[in-house]
Each structure stands twice: as structure tokens, then as C-alpha cells.
Design a protein around this ligand. Structure first.
Ligand SMILES: C[S@@+](CC[C@H](N)C(=O)[O-])C[C@H]1O[C@@H](n2cnc3c(N)ncnc32)[C@H](O)[C@@H]1O
Length: 303
């Protein structure tokens, strides 16, 4: 299942880790900003291209609960003490933290979306785990959130222009380990051929996961990383659902849905297994490093 031990070795080998963290973080911000969609395209449609429906993340959480997938889960579980605590930042419906519930005493979930936290809390009831929710933007709300044994943060970093304070706040909330998961390339990369075909627009190809790892290295956090392929699981309810969600992400009017469906088929999407086109949608990186919160001292009478 593992492809290599470090993501995008070629990119890391260009001495990016010798560049100061602030410069790499600024590059990260600039590269993310280059994904902005031209105003003349966004103003022609009513729906936001940036948000996927909550049910998309709820499905991901349900799939992870049935069978947790990949090293992000393994890296979190191996360090979580029995009855330990988990903090899930950008939790969505809980795909990163809920699979750990049977070994944990509580999960704290932070997300800007109250709807996502509701979806997580619903699932937590069935699992019998205590969940604390904080609605808000990390790291702005970090001061209201207690530290945890393990901090998980899956599929959020490409939403974070200000990467340095974000990852430092993850670190300062972890007693044992931080586990971050992100796609090897920007998650919108699989749609790039569609932008070109349907809008004539060439889209960016940075940042990549290796760029985030370079920031972590420059910050002295000593991250370890693995690149792996997420298993192929239908990410959408049906092919029509994939077309509808992708149409919004591409700022296309409903009248162009048929044209988009044809383009998706041409890119090799199998209508029986509807997911974003190409292996770039599945190549995933798990990054982990030590937290900076001192372990709780053992009570004197336990010594
Ligand atoms: C792509 S989803 C991933 C959800 C979940 N971790 C998963 O892997 O299924 C990103 C989530 O992060 C949340 N989010 C993005 N930026 C955030 C921030 N700075 N602070 C808190 N939540 C954030 C979004 O609301 C969304 O629910």
C-alpha cells in the first residue's frame, strides 16, 4: 500500500528545508491564493464552488468507521493511550477521530461548520463516546480548547492560507502526537483538465503536500511522512450526484451538466464507482510529529 517514505522527494530535495519557515509559509499562502477563480466566472453562477455538501463528509466518516483506511489511523492509534483523549481539528463529520472512539475517553471536535459538528455528534451517540464541540476557526479558537493526547487533522491544510500558526497550535495542543493527512496534490487538481476543457482555463498545480512538510521541517517540528494510495471507494451517492457536485465546483450552469457528464466519462470516471477523475484524487500523505504539551505527571500515590 505504501508508495514511498517521503512525499515528493524531488521537491523536498531542492533544499526547501534550508529556506526560513516564514518564506516557505509565504510561498504556501501565495500558491493557495493562485487557486482563486476569476471573478467573471464566479459572478456568472449563484452557488459557491468552494464547499462540498456535508453528506459528502458524512459518507467519508461512515466509510472510515466501517473500515479505517491507511497509515493516518495507524499512526494515531499506536500512540493513543487506552482511555486517552483525541482532538480533531477541521473534523467534518469525524472521519479522522470517530474510528478511534473505542480506545478513547473523549473526542474534542473543532470545525467552522456547525452542520459538520452536528453530523459528527450524531454518529458519536451510536459509539457511546463523549464529544465536545467547538464551532470556530482554528487557531482563533485554540485558546478555548484543552490539549489532548493525540491531535488529528485530516484534509484541512489546503484550506489554510496561514499555515504556520495553524500547525504550531496543533503542536501546542498535543501531549503525544499530531497526525495530519492531506492529499499529495491540491484536492482540486483532478478537476484541472475539466477547467481547461470547459472554461479554457489553466489551473495551478501548487502547493503540494511536500510544501507543507517543508514548512514543518523549517519550523523544527521534525515531521515524518508516508505517501499512500487511498482505496477506491465511491465518494458520491451516484454518477448524477458526482456530476451535480462537480458542476458547482466548476461554476457551470445546470444547462451544461450533459457536457460535463461526457467529459467525466472521457476522463475515465466509471459511473458505477463515482469519484473524482484520476489517481491524483487518491494519492494521500500522512504526516506526523511530536506534540509539545508535557505529559501529565503520575499521581504521587500511583508511584
Ligand atoms: C475537507 S473537510 C475534511 C473533514 C474531515 N476532517 C475529513 O477528513 O472528512 C475540511 C473541514 O475543515 C473545516 N475547516 C476548514 N478550515 C478550518 C479552520 N481553519 N478551522 C476549523 N475548521 C476548518 C471545514 O469546515 C471542513 O469541515
Amino acid at each position: 500500500m505504501f508508495v514511498s517514505h517521503t512525499p515528493h522527494r524531488a521537491e523536498l530535495a531542492d533544499n526547501r528545508h534550508m529556506v526560513p519557515a516564514a518564506e516557505l509559509a509565504e510561498r504556501w499562502r501565495r500558491d493557495l491564493a493562485s487557486w482563486a477563480i476569476p471573478e467573471e466566472i464566479t459572478s456568472a453562477v449563484e452557488e459557491s464552488p468552494w464547499t462540498l455538501p456535508t453528506r459528502f463528509f458524512a459518507r467519508r466518516a461512515d466509510q472510515q468507521l466501517k473500515g479505517p483506511d491507511g497509515p493516518s489511523y495507524d499512526r494515531a492509534l499506536e500512540t493513543l493511550p487506552s482511555g486517552g483523549t483525541v482532538l480533531d481539528v477541521g473534523s467534518g463529520a469525524g472521519a479522522a477521530s470517530l474510528p478511534l472512539a473505542r480506545w478513547a475517553s473523549s473526542i474534542t471536535a473543532v470545525d467552522t461548520s456547525a452542520g459538520m459538528l452536528d453530523a459528527l455528534a450524531e454518529r458519536a451517540i451510536d459509539l457511546g463516546i463523549d464529544v465536545r464541540r467547538t464551532v470556530g476557526r482554528w487557531p482563533d479558537v485554540a485558546g478555548d480548547v484543552p490539549p489532548a493526547d493525540v491531535v488529528v487533522c485530516h484534509n484541512v491544510l489546503y484550506n489554510v492560507p496561514d499555515i504556520e500558526p495553524f500547525v504550531l497550535a496543533l503542536t501546542s495542543h498535543a501531549r503525544r502526537r499530531v497526525v495530519v493527512q492531506l492529499t499529495a496534490r491540491h484536492p482540486l487538481t483532478p478537476l484541472n483538465p475539466l477547467w481547461l476543457r470547459l472554461h479554457g482555463l489553466r489551473r495551478p498545480d501548487r502547493p503540494v503536500a511536500g510544501d507543507a512538510v517543508a514548512v514543518l521541517m523549517a519550523l523544527g517540528l521534525r515531521p515524518q511522512a508516508r505517501t499512500w494510495m487511498r482505496s477506491e471507494r465511491p465518494a458520491f451517492d451516484s454518477f448524477d450526484d458526482l456530476v451535480e457536485v462537480t458542476r458547482r465546483r466548476l461554476c457551470l450552469p445546470p444547462a451544461r451538466a450533459g457536457e460535463l457528464a461526457a467529459a467525466l466519462r472521457d476522463l475515465g470516471v466509471d459511473p458505477r464507482h463515482p469519484q473524482d477523475p484520476g489517481s491524483a484524487a487518491r494519492e494521500t500523505v500522512t504526516v506526523w510529529w511530536e506534540g509539545s504539551v508535557a505529559e501529565r505527571a503520575a499521581p504521587l500515590d500511583a508511584m
